[in-house]
Design a protein around this ligand. Structure first.
Ligand SMILES: NC(=O)c1ccc[n+]([C@@H]2O[C@H](COP(=O)([O-])OP(=O)(O)OC[C@H]3O[C@@H](n4cnc5c(N)ncnc54)[C@H](O)[C@@H]3O)[C@@H](O)[C@H]2O)c1
Length: 377
């Protein structure tokens, strides 16, 4: 069993999910590698010490750069606001560390390219650096089933992908202005935060996009910050796009952070020439399937429930239908990271695929500004 030392930067919403996943990984998946929580970096020493203790890290530091030359750290995991990803990722790569970076990779595709340039300058055949993004929804066993159905041709030719990632966490005007509302700290709004997830899902299942026509709006234009000062919201509350995939398939993508009633509304419908599938992350242990060749009188969507025939599920539980939850997706993602480090296995989303997601977001924004269809390079 090889120990893989983890240095985590940021212990907010997703940082905690990382900590849970590192701690649980070995009980769920076992060897040949196990993540070991060595250091947690936060904004100051006091917060770092507190969070390191509660999240199970050996030590805390108020300076993330301390992780760079620590010999016991193999992976630097970046779970901080988006604007910090580029500087932290480049420094980690230049220090020879594997990187596990939360989505979105960066503020835009130009920043993403800078991270890739640093990676290409540093990685070598004898000492390859692993790079993985936190697109955890792709790790759902039911998404693996959907991918197998598509890749095997079971659904025929894919002709349409309709996807959304809508939530309502900022639907109330009383939700305060946070880093997520700032163009400098977050880049785009709903688009980078959740749109990146549905774009990643679309690319994973329907392949690369070739062109799009996007639109965005900011519905709640001013919010109070934590001091009570009214601030202008600088990015989108909701966004939608018509998409054409390289395969010729058509698509519709949408995202919103003000979609009242949607709590984890990442969902899609995929239409093929032999069958269709539907998925909703709020019912994440199910996949709905319609088969065109069903006998007359027996056609209709049926609901497949997760069981040990679905990749990764059996590692958690032998009993069918005993579902997984959101945090379990991170445990599966961490297992992908371990396999990539010890065996060179592919990861769900690497720097290059994450850069392509940034290109789609940039093109979506430009298309919305120009009110026109644009090709993706
Ligand atoms: N994969 C997912 O499902 C998912 C879900 C939520 C967030 N995210 C991503 O994770 C990242 C963080 O989001 P969040 O919701 O956890 O934010 P958050 O605001 O809850 O947490 C961010 C943490 O980073 C810390 N931090 C800020 N500056 C720092 C610095 N210089 N050094 C060390 N720590 C610093 C903050 O103190 C805070 O604890 C974002 O990029 C976001 O898009 C991904």
């Amino acid at each position: 069993m090889r120990d893989i030392g983890i240095g985590l930067i940021g212990s907010g919403y997703i940082g905690k999910t990382h900590a849970i996943a590192y701690a649980a990984h070995n009980a769920v998946f076992g060897g040949p590698a196990r993540p070991v929580c060595r250091a947690l970096a936060e904004i100051d020493q006091q917060k770092a010490d507190q969070e390191a203790t509660s999240l199970g890290f050996k030590r805390g530091t108020g300076n993330w750069r301390d992780l760079l030359d620590a010999d016991d750290i193999d992976v630097i995991a970046i779970a901080t606001p988006n604007a910090l990803h580029k500087e932290m990722a480049i420094a980690a790569i230049q220090a020879g560390k594997h990187v596990y970076i939360e989505k979105p990779l960066a503020l835009d595709a130009t920043e993403a390219e800078a991270i890739i340039n640093a990676y290409e300058a540093q990685t070598t055949n004898t000492n390859p650096l692993v790079h993985m993004l936190g697109y955890n929804y792709l790790c759902n066993p039911m998404i693996s089933v959907a991918k197998t159905m598509i890749d095997s041709g079971e659904l025929g030719e894919i002709v349409h992908f309709r996807g959304r990632h809508n939530e309502d966490y900022m639907a109330s005007p009383d939700v305060p202005f946070s880093w997520r509302c700032s163009r400098t700290a977050a880049g785009t709004g709903a688009l980078g935060d959740m749109g990146s997830h549905i774009i990643g899902m679309a690319m994973h299942l329907a392949g690369p996009a070739s062109s799009l026509s996007g639109d965005t709006t900011t519905v709640i234009q001013r919010r109070k910050d934590h001091t009570g000062t009214m601030r202008t919201v600088e990015n989108d509350d909701q966004a939608q796009a018509l998409v054409r995939f390289e395969s010729g398939a058509m698509g519709i993508l949408e995202t919103s952070r003000i979609a009242l009633g949607k709590k984890q509304g990442l969902a899609f419908e995929i239409v093929g020439t032999k069958g269709s599938i539907e998925f909703d992350q709020e019912r994440m242990n199910e996949l709905r399937l319609y088969e065109a060749n069903a006998p007359i009188g027996r056609a209709g969507f049926k609901t497949l429930l997760v069981d040990s025939s679905c990749p990764d599920f059996g590692a958690f539980c032998p009993a069918p239908g005993h579902g997984l939850g959101y945090n379990d997706l991170k445990i599966i993602e961490v297992n992908r990271l371990m396999k990539a480090i010890v065996a060179g296995a592919p990861v769900p989303v690497d720097l290059y695929q994450a850069r392509d997601i940034e290109r789609i977001i940039d093109t979506w924004i430009t298309s919305a500004e120009q009110r026109t269809w644009l090709n993706l390079d």
